[in-house]
Write a protein that binds this ligand. Structure first.
Ligand code: FES
Ligand code: FE2
Length: 358
């Protein structure tokens, strides 16, 4: 595959070529080089509190099981039975050992193969050679992450200053609350590009524009993530409340390369998980994590928040799907970045090139 290059100078750079948003071969390469080697959000820690608890997910096409073991720590494995590739765990639940749904082989929560019914007489077969391959696992607040790649930075290194900067929201006290999925007819990067700039807010999101101080909207870049923040206007106090710690009211959005967004509000966290379903098909999964116990006025405020979030999302869906059609145009290939407003998009494209070029 050709090398990808984005000029490091934002003021001179051009965006990614159109075919990177269309070509099925690019998505195949992304699955192994981008999603297969970065910390991916795997689910909620709520379901992994006791030894024996497990959850399943799929990361870059790899079936994955995450289990809580005896000492309370988490382990992640390939959810693929070493016999004939059946599922070792299905959905989520609580078990002393994992049992394949196909022929019943059992595995310890540490991945060791324990039981192989009716397998006597099989030559050159040792159970200890058939443990489930393990993956790196980590947590931040209520979020569980898995990395299929053995190399690269730790989750701690990737998150940088985020844990310290979000301490005032007490991420450890957040519990899974609600999920809303949206399927979009666009490449996953079109959606991420859209998220990474506030440039489109005045034209595309008039209601959101009223809630934040656009003049002071900033995008700050870090090695593995970027951070968008803006002071909240008087109208914005509907969704943002003062925590009373002298920090003032801020809209605060983190994006962690490549496909996770953390939007922080005073009493909840909204997670956006962006998953490619095909070159031109994307699942955007919105999850709300709220403080436990829920404040008494939560239902009314959550309903308002959900409605607002949905209206902004509909505005973005319209744009992202139109952009995808635009990227297919015979007259368009690459554009330019606003030096004032699109540093976050440029940063993403640079990280993407680095990942793709290996
Ligand atoms: S595939 Fe798992 S026991 Fe046969
Ligand atoms: Fe938007």
């Amino acid at each position: 595959m050709t090398e990808f290059h984005i000029d490091p100078d934002l003021a001179r750079a051009a965006t990614l070529p159109s075919r990177s948003y269309i070509d099925p071969e690019i998505l195949r390469a992304e699955q192994s080089r981008i999603f297969g080697g970065t910390w991916q959000y795997a689910g909620s820690l709520d379901a992994l509190k006791e030894a024996g608890d497990f959850i399943t997910t799929s990361i870059a096409g790899e079936p994955v099981v995450v289990a809580c073991v005896e000492d309370g720590s988490l382990r992640a494995f390939s959810n693929v039975c070493r016999h004939r590739a059946g599922p070792v765990a299905v959905g989520c639940g609580h078990r002393k050992a994992l049992q394949c749904a196909y022929h019943g082989w059992t595995y310890g929560l540490d991945g060791r193969l324990l039981g192989t019914p009716e397998f006597d007489g099989v030559l050159d077969f040792k159970k200890e050679d058939h443990a489930l391959p393990g993956f790196r696992v980590g947590t931040f607040g209520p979020l569980v992450f898995v990395n299929l790649g053995a190399g690269g930075p730790s989750l701690h290194e990737v998150l940088g200053a985020i844990p310290a900067e979000t301490r005032r929201w007490h991420p450890d006290a957040l519990r899974f609350h609600h999920r809303q999925d949206y399927e979009l007819a666009c490449n996953w990067k079109v959606y991420v590009d859209n998220y990474l700039e506030g440039y489109h807010i005045p034209v595309a999101h008039p209601e959101l524009f009223r809630l934040i101080d656009y003049g002071d909207y900033r995008v700050e870049l870090f090695q593995h993530y970027s951070k968008q923040h803006a002071p909240v206007t008087a109208a914005g106090t509907v969704y943002h409340r003062d925590l009373g710690d002298g920090e003032g009211l801020q809209a605060l959005y983190y994006w962690i390369f490549p496909n996770l967004m953390l939007n922080l509000y005073p009493d909840h966290l909204q997670v956006n998980h962006i998953l490619p379903l095909g070159p031109e098909r994307t699942l955007t999964r919105f999850e709300w994590y709220a403080q436990d116990p829920l404040p008494p006025d939560w239902p009314a405020r959550f309903a308002a928040n959900l409605a607002f979030s949905d209206s902004v999302q509909q505005e973005d869906i319209f744009l992202c799907e139109a952009v995808q059609r635009g990227l297919r145009s015979r007259t368009y290939d690459r554009g330019r970045y606003s030096a004032a407003r699109e540093n976050g998009v440029h940063h993403f494209h640079r990280l993407w090139c680095e990942g793709m070029n290996g």
